[in-house]
Design a protein. Structure first.
Length: 213
């Protein structure tokens, strides 16, 4: 089972990737983690990526896809894998196909923009000890201070409403068209993200099982 995970930032892809990985015993391949590992291991592609990053440049698609091919050749991918964070655009998806990486399913976690803004802008972080809270779903005692160390809670820049909206706009413009791309191939599976995490996980597993039948 070879899966690409789609969904807007804050939709909960990472959590569902972890759940799918455990249930079906297939690895999650995060492109960010993969690049860091390649650099750490000193592979040829890792060295290319490191020199580009050190020069302040983006790692080009062909280098990332080369890393993905290397990673998919490892034994733990024999029964499948989950790609999280790639492809992000239709040209990347086309390049992936041209390099022989066949995908069985594109699983999209669907959450309305308003809900994502609520989820992300409600997050609060303790700058001292790293504890995380949410004003609605997991508040601290007074919603202002960390329960563990009493430091003032902060909103990360990534979680500010304006930043969240910018990230959502980028997703809609560049990544969401992948739903139509994989839909035309009969590979798109959409799951409605629920407020309760367990309900989203249940719906995700049900959608995968229905697709496999």
């Amino acid at each position: 089972m070879k899966i690409i995970l789609l969904g807007a930032p804050g939709a909960g892809k990472g959590t569902q990737a972890e759940n799918i990985s455990k249930k079906y015993n297939i690895p999650t391949i995060s492109t960010g983690n993969m690049i860091r590992a390649a650099i750490h291991n000193g592979t040829e592609l890792g060295k290319q990526a490191e020199s580009l990053i050190n020069a302040g440049k983006l790692v080009p698609d062909e280098v990332v896809i080369g890393m993905i091919r290397e990673r998919l050749a490892e034994d733990d991918c024999n029964n499948g894998f989950i790609l999280d964070g790639f492809p992000r655009t239709i040209p990347q998806a086309e390049a992936l196909g041209k390099m022989g990486v066949e995908i069985d399913m594109a699983l999209s976690i669907e959450v309305a923009d308003e809900e994502i803004v609520k989820r992300m802008s409600g997050r609060r972080v303790c700058p001292a000890c790293g504890m995380t809270y949410h004003v609605d779903f997991k508040p601290s005692t007074d919603n202002k201070h960390c329960d563990a160390c009493q430091a003032d809670l902060i909103i990360r820049k990534d979680d500010e409403p304006a930043t969240v909206l910018d990230r959502l706009n980028t997703y809609h413009e560049t990544t969401e068209p992948l739903k139509a791309f994989y839909g035309e191939q009969g590979k798109l599976v959409m799951v409605e993200g629920r407020e309760e995490l367990a309900e989203t996980t249940k719906a995700t597993f049900e959608a995968i099982e229905a697709f496999l039948k």
